[in-house]
Write a protein that binds this ligand. Structure first.
Ligand code: GTP
Ligand code: MG
Length: 299
């Protein structure tokens, strides 16, 4: 094996809910990005680093691309994705199973990969086990488009599929010194991770009731000798959303806090004290000042 290093930046793009964050977590072998059944779970670009032998891949998770709404918030998410493409060496274009419709066409139109190698990942193939002919026909149609350097059907839940994708990615690796130490798997800080965990638990628990309008701000993050103290505010747009999250006698918010605390205690092996507040910040998702304050900035 040569000692020469390869460092490749891989942008992962695709429609909301395609499984981009799940793929990245599987690649890195650790939970870095939060995931849920809800579209638009990811809101920031997230770097996840996977180093094996002399290859380092820096995956950039992106918010699912949504062309249907013109809200300031969704436009901001799309801007984030556009910025990511300009940093990448390779693009993984994630498809949600055998779905190709105007969303995918729009993604190609608005986010053209240009000179970059673009690999189509046909995800969730586990759902089509009995439909061999349908899968083959779909893959053939993709091939005929002539847009992709590779077409990889896979399931993020199957480690052998993930290894296979890694092999393919090595074909497109770029020579260059590692950007991160070999044992580092993300450049996100813990504050951000904790705010994302809180958001994940809210998304999952209040799936039906709350539109994607909760933003989490960490007000205090103190690491002591034997414990970690966190205070966070969950900003929602309406009084009714606040009531849902807080729940009867504060039960809802207490349960969210408990889930986050248990997870962090397990991961960090330390006592965690977490206090959560819910606040109504009207129309934050259309207010540029609040968007900035809550950390939504594309550059
Ligand atoms: N059956 C199956 N489900 C999957 C697979 N990969 C991801 N999922 C599920 O698809 C849903 C969406 O996954 P995410 O990783 O959050 O999707 P995303 O593309 O990051 O979504 P946004 O951040 O909202 O754009 C989750 O419920 C995952 O568990 C897969 O290979 N097979
Ligand atoms: Mg995501």
């Amino acid at each position: 094996m040569s000692d020469e290093q390869y460092t490749t930046v891989v942008a992962v793009i695709g429609r909301p809910n395609a499984g981009k964050s799940t793929l990245i977590n599987s690649m890195v072998g650790q939970k870095i990005a939060i995931t849920s059944r809800r579209p638009q779970t990811t809101r920031h670009r997230i770097h996840a680093i996977h180093t094996k032998e002399n290859y380092q891949f820096v995956f950039i998770d992106t918010p699912g691309i949504n062309q249907t709404s013109q809200s300031a918030f969704l436009q901001e998410l799309n801007k984030t994705t556009r910025a990511v493409l300009s940093d990448a060496d390779v693009v993984l274009f994630m498809l949600d199973g055998l779905t190709w419709d105007k969303t995918e066409d729009a993604i190609f139109k608005y986010f053209p990969p240009g000179e970059l190698n673009c690999i189509a990942v046909v995800n969730k193939i586990d759902r089509f086990r009995q439909q061999h002919d349908r899968v083959t026909a779909f893959l053939q149609r993709l091939q005929q488009q002539g847009r992709f350097a590779e077409i990889v059907p896979l399931s993020c839940r199957k480690p052998t599929d993930i290894n296979y994708l890694e092999k393919i990615l090595r074909k497109y690796a770029v020579k260059g010194d590692f950007m991160f130490p070999a044992d580092q798997c993300t450049d996100q800080n813990m504050r951000f991770y904790v705010s994302e965990l809180i958001r994940e638990k809210i998304l999952r628990r209040f799936n039906q009731e709350i539109p994607y309008s909760a933003a989490v701000v960490i007000d205090r993050y103190e690491e002591g000798e034997r414990s970690l103290r966190i205070k966070a505010t969950i900003h929602v747009e309406q009084e009714s959303h606040k009531q849902i999250i807080v729940g009867k006698g504060g039960l809802g918010i207490r349960e969210v806090g408990k889930q986050v605390r248990q997870l962090l205690e397990k991961e960090m092996g330390t006592h965690v004290d977490i206090r959560l507040w819910v606040k109504v910040s009207r129309s934050w998702s259309t207010n540029p000042k609040l968007l900035r304050e809550f950390g939504y900035e594309s550059s």
